[in-house]
Ligand binder design. Sequence first.
Ligand code: ADP
Ligand code: MG
Length: 475
Amino acid sequence: MANGVRNELLMNTTLIDELAEVAKESALAHGILMRLEKSPNSSEEVTYAPITLFPTPVPRAIFLQGVAVQTHYNTLMNKISQDPDFLEEVLASTISVDDFTARLFEIHRQVLKNGRLQSIGLGLNRSDYMWEQKNGHASLKQIEINTFAAAGGGMASHISDVHRHILQVAGKLEESQRIIDNNPAVGLAKALVKAWELYGSKRAVVMFVVKENEINIMDQRVIENELWKGNITTIRKRFEDISESGRLDGDKRLFVDHQEVAVVYFRHGYMPQHYKSEKAWDARLMMEGSLAVKCPDISTHLAGTKKVQQVLAKPGVLERFFPDQPQVVEQLRATYTGLYSLDMGAEGDKAIKMALATPDWFVLKPQREGGGNNIYGQEICEVLGKVKSSAARMAYILMDKIQPESTPNYLLRLGRPLKISNCVSELGFFGTYVRHGKDMLMNDCVGYLMRTKCTEYSDGGVASGAAVRDSVLLF
Ligand code: ADP
Ligand code: MG
């Protein structure tokens, strides 16, 4: 939407009030739903999942770049997962100081020691970006790649429908046609189906590993529904359930509640708090050592760590994975912003000095996932002040702070007043792949996730409450 048209719309408060009601009802009608915080385990009462009132304009070139590079990211994650020497070397410093990553790495070691049983690899990942304007052109910069529990694909599709409807009601027909179609759930399910077929047992199920209270359950249900359409049974289990009723048979086939599991799809298990007891860790180890296809398996989980991302940005490292494909290397590298190691030594010392001098230019990231863990601004100085002389600093990486332009929008969220906010957006692309032995049988970009938040928040995705779902209007 041309800025003039957009601003005129945004200022028409009578119309905005009306559109907000239309948007909420359209969201409800399309199943863009979320459970309530006060009853996170019940679907008796639900609300619309938070969304923006208007779609966010994205330069066409930026969008196409994200789509084009996604299949290379899929290949890269797959290759790293098959390269134990690389993982060992890269994660050595992190696991020496970070207990959680060390524990995951221990499982990885054990799986390797026993020999990997399953030659089917299934990746459902999401590479996230922001874009900056520099010297008159926009450039796409990666925030991170998620190889574990990459969420948001279930409910993404209908957000475009809601936004089209809103622009139609507002009389912006031409703009409404520039919102692109998006249906990642279908693509994600297709890859799950492929892996299930390769596993080769009609009776076996796809098991979603989930948490106790999931307010975003509908996002997962949409994918489950796609699987049921293909006559594939899905079950939802917590680590505790798997620990209680899971077992391996003599051939290392995984059974949970007497049902054979073809595919384990982790939607939980990316934070230390998700492993409430040793039983949860035992359950993870049992699954990793089983014949079931894991999405992701432990090595692909580790491939998605922030430390790996930082090392990939170093000169010469991408070439290890694409020795004869300089164009692929170039495409991937174009999406990197500055990433710096804080490992002991001169390079780490230099990065720390730089961060202390201009903390607002950087983000300090511990090896964690799930939002709300990163450190910004003056707090960087406080944290680095404490850890800079000890090995504890190796638990972090440093990253240039991406400076996206802001766009005004309204965020619709239960119980919040309707007010105009300055917003920035994060655009993620869903990638799927299925590997059998050394052959990639599937490698696709299956859609996008657009998330928008007020500029007051530095951190945060949808799950941590800062961002709301959005859609893309190409210009
Ligand atoms: P998490 O695993 O917690 O999702 P992310 O790396 O995605 O970690 O960071 C969380 C949020 O912090 C992002 O969604 C984004 O809003 C913000 N963020 C992360 N890295 C940067 C960066 N380099 N520049 C600007 N914002 C960032
Ligand atoms: Mg993230």
